[in-house]
Design a protein around this ligand. Sequence first.
Ligand SMILES: Cc1cc2nc3c(=O)[nH]c(=O)nc-3n(C[C@H](O)[C@H](O)[C@H](O)COP(=O)(O)OP(=O)(O)OC[C@H]3O[C@@H](n4cnc5c(N)ncnc54)[C@H](O)[C@@H]3O)c2cc1C
Length: 379
Amino acid sequence: MILDEEHVMMQKVFRDFAESEFTPELQERLDTTGEFDWDMHKEMAKYGFMGARIPEEYGGQGGDTLTYVLMMEEFARVCPVLAIYPNTPNSLGGGPIMACGTEEQKKKYIPLIATGKKKLCFALTEPGAGSDAGGTTTKAVADGDDFIINGRKTFISGAPVSDYAVVYAKTDPTQKGSKGISMFIVDLKLPGVSFGKPEKKMGINGYPTSDIVFDDVRVSKNDLLGPLHNGFSTAMKTLGIGRLGVSAQALGIAQGCLEAAVKHAKEREQFGRPLAKFQAISFMLADMATEITLARELIYNTAVEFDAGKDVAAKLSMCKYFTTEMSNRVAYKAVQIHGGYGYIKDYPVERMYRDARITTLYEGTSQIQQLVIARSLLK
Ligand SMILES: Cc1cc2nc3c(=O)[nH]c(=O)nc-3n(C[C@H](O)[C@H](O)[C@H](O)COP(=O)(O)OP(=O)(O)OC[C@H]3O[C@@H](n4cnc5c(N)ncnc54)[C@H](O)[C@@H]3O)c2cc1C
């Protein structure tokens, strides 16, 4: 796709920011400690990245979905975990509130997260309800003007550092599967909320992931988000944006891996010539570049179609499925081209390889994307 001037300019802003701010020292610290970097969060907020695709009237930058995709790609090209920092408010955090919230809720929460003053996480998965998210057992029971929430959410990105969570809970146990589920905005400082220990993960270290436990947490009915008993399907219709975000994250990882592999193949000599001169290596690079180009075209086009209001539900799943699997193939080859050095932490492909792995898992596994694509064909 030919980008217009404004998108080319934004792409450069994102690239320059990532290359100057995501220093190797910062990346190593995040990877080894797993701790959230509040200074970087503040810095990104200062540039408006937290509200990149949130409308200006709610404190955001009012950018389109293509701009958001470019941001995710450019940030992940240098450091995949730091791409998640501005991703959450623009997709799964702010998304459900923008899509389903009342004007009052939007005014109360969106400006806070669009400017990075507060953080909001997305709490759907449970120990017994992952791909089968309709199997949610967390309950919210009406009590006068309030709801009382009990249950446990697992693998919640950013939970320990967040102020609020969008929580899915069963409000009508007589209804099966995804029916009878409602969404709530829960203040995580409320009595009865506690967190599990941050998980020790293979990759994307620097964005803590933990359980959230709700023990008789009383929320006001004003914090019910979207329709009662029908929050799940309402939200799912609007959450495709998260799939696009992860696709762009995977695309950025693949691009970063390709660039590192090209550099290494040109510099490293064996048998008296650079690795790049061996056809087996150069053909691997050609395959990597071809797959990346295909993914980029698909993602950019889908972003534009998304904003144009086209029905892109199946395409979003194709983006997520193809790009995240592609990213893993590319990262694998990048390590292979680096030989033994690719297994050593001093080389960025080692971390990129680990970071790529999550992309086929979260926000719907590859198999769930295949189900969605197949369903669209066979309906
Ligand atoms: C680091 C990390 C961050 C996360 N962040 C969040 C977050 O912020 N918020 C949140 O709510 N969740 C989050 N998740 C949860 C994530 O979305 C789930 O892990 C994911 O949806 C898969 O669910 P599961 O782990 O229970 O696997 P399972 O559902 O048990 O799946 C196991 C395997 O079976 C396959 N499978 C399952 N059902 C089918 C089927 N019908 N047909 C074919 N194959 C199938 C899956 O594809 C997978 O290969 C996160 C997870 C991780 C690891």
